[in-house]
Ligand binder design. Structure first.
Ligand code: P6P
Length: 330
């Protein structure tokens, strides 16, 4: 029984201190990856401040340009890309950046060890209606020698080669979730202090979720086998939840159990979501928490990219739900 003097969950360790402690447990750690994670955390804090005030700073709405995907860039898409590019440049730990908002690979510091692939702000069409949006990032170690030119082999690595991955969800509170391959940790931003604090140690995704997330506005474009899976979910009284913001949907399903599906549609024959800077990072996070992520035929993390902007279908979340879905659609 909580007493009146309880102050709720004790505030956890800060992100920076947690990263340092984790680094100390790696005997050969040089501190480069730690610094890179801190750089991402800093950019997230800065962007969070702008997102929470976007309506007051005239940062809502379209910027008036299109990104490489031909999608209208929102003002905050451009701001987010600038913030992360600047933080990663100033931090010095990144040799090259792949961004949804950049047509080409951005070379940063040829002497650095890591590449970052990121969607600086996913779901930005939700900004103007105050729906949660997110940043998604993957971190790879370069294959070529430090100091040399970044190569195609450095860039086009499968998700299984990620050394770290994560996302930031700018929602009712702002949370940064990441993994370096040894568990999944969530840090909630404390706005009055301006720090991320450990709030979700060792996130686990339950195998039998009770939520399915798919845009059923595309019902008529779905295969009969996918219809059968969705009808199976309904017969088992699963709840349908679809926010239309990838990070928000995946984060909820990660914490509560569930499956998010973005299948191929005639409009998106290879799926809508991006392999290198959306699906891979979320797949690493979800697998590390005990879940699964597939393109419908193979494990997302096993896909060998051919183009760093390539799209992929995505079936991600609770392991038994993903298995059931893949069984029914195959
Ligand atoms: P649809 C947002 O544009 C996004 O990339 C994801 O965040 C989201 O899950 C999906 O697209 C929504 O797409 O076609 O259902 O509107």
């Amino acid at each position: 029984m909580a007493s009146s003097t309880d102050l709720g969950k004790p505030v956890g360790v800060t992100l920076d201190r947690f990263i340092k402690r984790k680094q100390d447990s790696f005997p050969y750690a040089t501190g480069e990856l730690s610094q890179l994670l801190r750089d991402i955390g800093l950019a997230a804090k800065i962007l969070n401040r702008e997102i929470t005030r976007s309506g007051l700073l005239d940062l809502e709405g379209a910027f008036g340009t299109q990104n490489v995907q031909g999608e209208a860039q929102q003002k905050l898409d451009v701001v987010a890309n600038i913030r992360f590019k600047r933080a990663l440049t100033n931090g010095g730990q990144v040799c090259a950046l792949i961004s949804e908002e950049e047509q080409e690979v951005i070379t940063i510091n040829p002497d650095a060890s890591y590449l970052v692939a990121m969607d600086p702000l996913d779901g930005s069409s939700n900004i103007d209606v105050n729906v949660s949006i997110g940043t998604i990032f993957s971190i790879y170690r370069r294959k070529s020698e430090k100091g040399s030119q970044v190569t195609k082999e450095d860039v086009l690595q499968p998700g299984s080669a990620q050394v770290a991955a994560g996302y930031v969800l700018y929602g009712s509170s702002t949370i940064l979730v990441y993994t370096t391959g040894r568990g999944v940790y969530g840090f909630t931003h404390g706005p009055t202090i301006g720090e991320f604090f450990l709030s979700h140690p060792n996130i686990q995704c339950i195998p039998d979720g009770k939520i399915y997330s798919i845009n059923d506005g595309y019902w008529d474009q779905m295969s009969g086998k996918l219809h059968s899976f969705i009808e199976n979910c309904r017969s088992k009284k699963l709840t349908s939840r679809y926010i239309g913001s990838l990070v928000a949907d995946v984060h909820r399903n990660l914490l509560k159990g569930g499956i998010y599906i973005y299948p191929p549609f005639p409009k998106y024959p290879n799926g809508k979501l991006r392999l290198m800077y959306e699906a891979n990072a979320l797949a690493m996070i979800v697998e590390q928490s005990g879940g699964k992520a597939s393109d419908g035929k193979q494990r997302i993390l096993d896909i060998q990219p051919e183009d760093f902007h390539q799209r992929t279908p995505l079936f991600i979340g609770s392991a038994n739900l993903v298995d059931k879905c893949l069984e029914m659609i195959s």
